[in-house]
Design a binder for this molecule. Structure first.
Ligand code: COA
Length: 439
């Protein structure tokens, strides 16, 4: 009779609290013995948690970003009748009926041996997994079936296994399938030069820097590698245009300072006013609160705002959910919390997913303008630089006003220049006269 048992993280050496970077199965999937259930990635190695026996996945006990150690439960698997003996666990002999769906399953732990994806690669040898800057695209709809060594091979070549057709029994992807995929892709790129399609880039320059003077090599952080891959894709694939404007925030600053004096509980920075103004602009111009999906534009009715946060390890973009339903003080509190969480490396994929529009504020640092890169699949991002007091002509004389530089990058496939100019002008008006946020 079928029995539900736990699949545990096996002995993974000295590693503890290793993040789950990939779920390789879904509830209901049939798995064979030793098939990967989840991929873990530490700073130094990538490893798969294999199924300790064949069966059907009944429940996943981990999600992307969870930190696991030896003995953590990864999944509950209903063992195949004939696989119970093969599980070589004395407990497996005690067959139990499958639990009812609403009752917690009585389970027994079974751990297989972890298969390291590569022979303990060093940080420099570990290759960037093709996962996303925005956690939205991390979540796979269906997971390709391949051994850890094939996964590492694919990663080394930058191949997304989801696009590779497996030639082995049961659709399993072999090394040869990955090689064939790369050959076909190269042939396609070569064809692109004749037809004008494809990027057809020349190779990255290879330079022996040490020949010219003393150097030091430093491995990129995991965040640098992930965000770098996403920024490069977004920059190459999205036709960006940046619209610049300035908002007169003289009155807003007076009000912000008063808020700071009235309460000492939270620090209120210009950023929370920007979040409120952006939400109002998204409500006014829904095409900015959208994503491209094939030939369709997905218009979102919710307002989740991503905030670029600078951390010692690189850039991350946590998301403030339902910003339309929060006031300035609540937003300030949440902003402080996510900034701390980001800098302490405690953000999980859920904290960084579901964003509609991002804001990148360099106002606390300096600069007059910049061209932010859109955080796909969003269609626009607002860059904010340092406010400065400048003379403004009021029709009769120059008066000193505090002006905030705004830089809106937008996806020109979705938004045209006139709409972007209107959106930015709307933002500037709302920040100049906050009463407009009530309209
Ligand atoms: N103009 C002038 N001053 C500004 C300002 C602006 N646009 N924005 C913020 N400031 C001031 C704040 O009021 C604060 O001043 P105070 O200490 O005298 O009160 C100071 O600058 C520091 O603000 P900061 O701590 O940066 O808070 P914030 O709410 O503006 O920003 C983060 C919070 C998390 C976004 C910010 O710390 C951060 O990480 N920014 C970098 C984002 C990034 O790297 N983007 C690049 C992506 S390409």
């Amino acid at each position: 009779m079928a029995q539900i048992k736990q699949a545990l993280v096996p002995d993974i050496g000295d590693y503890h609290d290793v993040p789950v970077i990939e779920l390789l199965v879904q509830v209901g999937d049939r798995v064979s013995k030793d098939q990967g259930l989840a991929t873990l990635e530490s700073d130094k190695a990538t490893m798969e948690v294999p199924a300790p026996f064949a069966g059907t996945v009944r429940e996943l006990k981990v999600k992307l970003g969870d930190a696991v150690s030896e003995g953590s439960v990864v999944a509950l698997i209903e063992a195949d009748g004939d696989a119970q003996a093969a599980a070589a666990e004395p407990a497996a002999a005690k067959a139990e009926p499958p639990p009812k769906s609403d009752a917690p399953a009585k389970t027994e732990p079974v751990a297989a041996k972890a298969e390291p994806a590569a022979a303990q690669p060093t940080a420099r040898e570990t290759h960037t997994p093709p996962v996303a800057f925005s956690a939205d695209t991390v979540l796979p709809a269906s997971v390709p079936y391949a051994s850890p060594s094939v996964r590492v091979f694919a990663r080394e070549l930058g191949v997304d296994l989801a696009q590779v057709k497996g030639g082995e029994r049961g659709g399993r992807i072999a090394k040869a399938d990955v090689q064939a995929f790369v050959k076909a892709a190269l042939a396609g790129a070569a064809g692109g030069s004749a037809t004008g399609g494809g990027l057809n880039l020349i190779a990255w320059p290879k330079v022996d820097f040490a020949k010219f003077g003393e150097i030091e090599r430093r491995p990129l952080s995991r965040i640098n590698k992930l965000s770098g891959a996403n920024l490069a894709r977004n920059w190459a694939m999205i036709p960006h245009v940046t619209q610049f404007d300035e908002a007169d925030i003289t009155e807003m600053e007076t009000f912000r300072k008063r808020l700071g004096e009235e309460q000492k509980e939270v620090k209120v920075t210009p950023l929370v006013f920007l979040i409120k103004a952006v939400v109002a602009a998204l409500q006014q111009y829904p095409a900015f609160n959208a994503s491209l999906d094939g030939d369709e534009l997905v218009l979102k009715k919710y307002f989740h705002i991503g905030i670029a946060v600078d951390t010692p390890d690189g850039l991350v973009v946590p998301v403030i959910r339902n910003a339309d339903q929060k006031g300035l003080l609540a937003l300030s509190k949440e902003l402080a919390e996510i900034s701390v969480k980001a800098r302490e490396k405690k953000l999980g994929p859920a904290d960084m997913s579901g964003g509609c529009f991002s804001i990148s504020s360099l106002g606390g640092i300096g600069g007059t303008a910049f061209t932010p890169i859109i955080n796909a699949p969003e269609v626009a991002i607002l860059g904010v630089s340092k406010a400065q007091t400048k003379p403004l002509w009021n029709g009769t004389e120059f008066i000193p006003r505090l002006l905030l530089p705004l830089s809106l990058s937008y996806d020109h496939r979705v938004i045209d220049g006139a709409a972007a100019a209107r959106f930015t002008a709307f933002l500037a008006r709302a920040l100049t006269d906050l009463r407009r946020l009530l309209l």
